[in-house]
Design a protein around this ligand. Structure first.
Ligand code: ZN
Length: 428
């Protein structure tokens, strides 16, 4: 397997209401697959002016929004933090949303008809876009709230839903898996969220998608297995609900090796790892030895002493082998894009790319090939070792933890995901 490590990542440019560039991998060449184009990209023209991809049209209920932020949001000529800044749009401004493209929304300003791109996570829809009765939008979706919601959904949808246990977390929490549809269905798909603690918005999305799927009657042929919170301890640490001397000791290690200058509270809010200080998404047996690991246990980036050293990773791998999954989808937070590849495995890659493009075409996300810099992740293991077409879907427009307002564009862009996956899985 040939891997080329990119030397340069994008630099940060202008800042406005938290806008910053998400590092974008430098394009690399794989021997036999062409890099994926963002969904909806028109054929490249000789004229650069024609080369701008068109945003995916917005769904009608998010057509008019109000900008909500501390001061003003940058309006840019194209969907990139490096693009020319054409205006600063004050909080409270009403905008017409034309479509989504990656982290950006293309908008038209009501007052002067000016169009441009702004970060979609600052847009509050005028109309209500979310109508589920049990799972409610919040910036802090907790383990307890999730367990309450699972109990209520199980009672309401007993005929089409059951709950299994993925395993027990490092600090002793039970990790549930919801089975939507029949356990004996012809096809199975695995959805997992919040393997990174601070990305708890993904648990809210997974639960909201599950409730909507149940309300629509689920599927006769495809059973969705949804593990909405794989790392409940990490979520609780990030939400300020779990703290003890062992976490303080991990913080002290990072302070003494100059890995953080944050105060302890901010450090915990940004916690990605599990309770032991191992980054679960670096703890899988997929070129694990290549992981660019933190030197010791930490709030993020430490790969562990061995692949699957952590109970959550071990449980996730075991569950993945328990059913004949047609696909796995891992929800993460930052970037509004979809990763579909790990190394080269053509049959799996082809199917994964098709699914990624279908989801991206509806959500307005960009589709990214493996950039050869990341190893040891669940998606990496599931595709390269378990041989299952597997995606990582990065839902948010900013760094986690995400504020509640980011949920609305996330919901509108992802609410058809299960329907899209179901159709794809029937033919997989
Ligand atoms: Zn993540």
């Amino acid at each position: 397997m040939k891997r080329i490590i990119p030397a340069v990542l994008a630099v940060l440019l202008f800042f406005g209401c938290g806008e910053k560039e998400v590092p974008t991998p430098v394009e690399i060449t794989f021997p036999s697959t062409a890099p994926a184009e963002p969904a909806g990209t028109p054929p490249q023209s000789a004229c650069p002016a024609d080369a701008t991809p068109q945003p995916v049209p917005v769904k009608a209920d998010m057509e008019y929004c109000t900008v909500i932020c501390d001061d003003a949001v940058n309006l840019r000529e194209s969907p990139s933090a490096k693009a020319e800044l054409t205006a600063q749009v004050p909080s409270g401004t009403r905008v017409h949303v034309i479509g989504f493209e990656g982290r950006y929304a293309k908008v038209e300003l009501e007052e002067n008809g000016k169009t441009g791109y702004m970060i979609a996570g600052y847009l509050m829809p005028e109309n209500s876009v979310y109508s589920a009765s049990q799972v409610q939008p919040t910036a802090l979706y907790t383990y307890d709230a999730m367990m309450t919601d699972i109990g209520a959904l199980t009672a309401k949808y007993a005929d089409i839903m059951q709950v299994e246990t993925l395993g027990i977390s490092a600090a002793g929490k039970e990790i549930p898996v919801l089975l939507l549809g029949s356990k004996n269905a012809e096809k199975h798909v695995f959805i997992q969220a919040s393997i990174h603690g601070r990305e708890h918005m993904t648990s809210l999305l997974a639960m909201a998608l599950s409730e909507a799927w149940l309300a629509s009657g689920a599927s006769d042929t495809v059973c969705f297995h949804v593990a909405p919170m794989v790392n409940p301890d990490g979520v609780s640490i990030s939400q300020g609900l779990l703290d003890d001397p062992s976490l303080q000791a991990i913080y002290e290690k990072d302070v003494s090796s100059d890995r953080t200058e944050r105060n302890y509270e901010d450090y915990r809010t940004l916690w990605k790892a599990n309770y032991h200080g191992v980054d679960l998404n670096r703890n899988f047996d997929a070129l694990w030895e290549n992981v660019n690991t933190a030197p010791h246990i930490s709030s993020e980036g430490y790969r562990g002493d061995a692949p699957e050293s952590e109970p959550e990773a071990k449980a996730l791998a075991a569950y993945t082998k328990r059913y004949p999954f047609s696909a796995t989808v891992s929800y993460h937070c930052t970037g509004s894009l979809i990763y579909w590849q790990f190394g080269l495995n053509s049959p799996v890659d082809d199917k994964a790319l098709t699914l990624a493009e279908l989801i991206a075409a509806d959500a307005g996300y960009t589709v990214e090939p493996d950039d050869g810099t990341s190893f040891g992740g669940y998606k990496d293991w599931a595709s390269s070792v378990a041989g299952i077409p597997s995606l990582t879907v990065e839902i948010g427009t900013r760094s986690a933890p995400l504020p509640e307002i980011d949920f609305y564009n996330i919901w509108v862009r992802n609410r058809n995901a299960f329907e899209i996956i179901e159709k794809w899985a029937k033919n997989a």
